[in-house]
Design a protein around this ligand. Structure first.
Ligand code: DHB
Length: 306
């Protein structure tokens, strides 16, 4: 293991900056352990809500040339069931476990965060940016007062554990980020998928059962890089985790140079499998060799140097 890859983010130590993004494989302890064994530096679960959710009607995923469109509808067993899975994952994992939390009210979010942390989560990621589930995502960001209260309650309930807030590229990124920071966010995660859709030209209707979905993958990577860059310009002292379309080590390097201290990988795991984590580690280690750097931390924000 290359110790130069180790990073600290909001008080959590990761053996490398390549984390599993929310929504991919993070639904059982067994799967999370497989992701750790494949080399991930940390893992984020599927978004968990207070009550169980069945999710949207099929089809829920549609593959495009430039990425993936999905409209799962936040399916999950609910936090009261998921606490056992968190506890089991915590027993088995050595890398940090971050639980992604969704909710439509401050009370709901506070409850899920509290139970997740009591069950052993090392950190919590607030998903206030899902692009297509009514009341559970970007709508929260459109009402900044409500969003502020959600973040405050989430932070209160997380107690000493760090609160990551996942942002959307749509809307007023900087104002939303500022609100999140003032309300107690310890780290910003940028970006969530982007609201999009596809129409089937023969059926002559929307492809996805939920009509709208979130676009992920290479199509959104330059948008994610732009958001990370803007956030770093504005809030250089707040840790940023970059996510969106990362497939190759060069994509990781770009995110770090733009200002991210770690990255999350989602769609590339779905496309290419778990070997991606080792490939990225190898690529970034060679990049550090080439540049003669002793820590990946030295790359963070370098693109901003005058
Ligand atoms: C879903 C949630 C998200 O936050 C996202 O980016 C994509 C899909 C969902 O469960 O539908």
């Amino acid at each position: 293991m290359d110790t130069r890859l180790s990073v600290e983010v909001a008080g959590l130590r990761f053996r490398n900056p390549f984390l599993l993004a929310a929504g991919i494989l993070g639904i059982t302890a067994g799967l999370l352990v497989r992701v750790e064994s494949a080399g991930a530096g940390g893992v984020v679960t599927k978004t968990i809500t207070r009550n169980p959710r069945e999710g949207h009607e099929n089809p829920v995923v549609y593959e495009l040339e430039c990425g993936l469109l999905n409209s799962m509808g936040l399916p999950n067993p609910g936090i009261d069931y998921f606490v056992d899975e968190i506890a089991r994952a915590k027993e088995l994992l050595s890398v940090p476990l971050i639980v992604s939390v969704g909710g439509s009210t401050p009370e709901e979010v506070a409850y899920v965060v509290r139970r997740a942390v009591e069950a052993g989560a090392d950190g919590v990621e607030l998903n206030a940016s899902c692009p297509h589930v009514e009341r559970y995502g970007v709508e929260l960001l459109q009402d900044l007062e409500l969003f502020e209260e959600v973040v405050e309650r989430a932070k209160d309930s997380a107690r000493t554990k760090p609160l990551f807030v996942k942002l959307s590229a749509t809307g007023d990124l900087i104002r939303v980020a500022e609100t999140a920071i003032e309300a107690g966010a310890d780290c910003l995660v940028a970006i969530n998928t982007i609201r999009a859709m596809a129409v089937d030209v023969w059926a002559q209707r929307p492809v996805l059962g939920g009509i709208y979905g979130g676009l992920s993958g290479p199509a959104i990577r330059p948008i994610a890089v732009r958001c990370v860059y803007e956030l770093y310009e504005e809030f250089p002292d707040v840790p940023i985790v970059g996510v969106g379309g990362i497939c190759k080590w060069e994509d990781v390097a770009e995110m770090l140079l733009a200002g991210a201290v770690a990255v999350q990988i989602g769609t590339a795991v779905a496309y290419r499998g778990l070997s991606i984590f080792e490939e990225l580690a190898l690529g970034i280690s060679e990049y550090l060799d080439e540049l003669g750097l002793s820590s990946v931390r030295e790359l963070v924000g370098r693109a901003h140097r005058g």
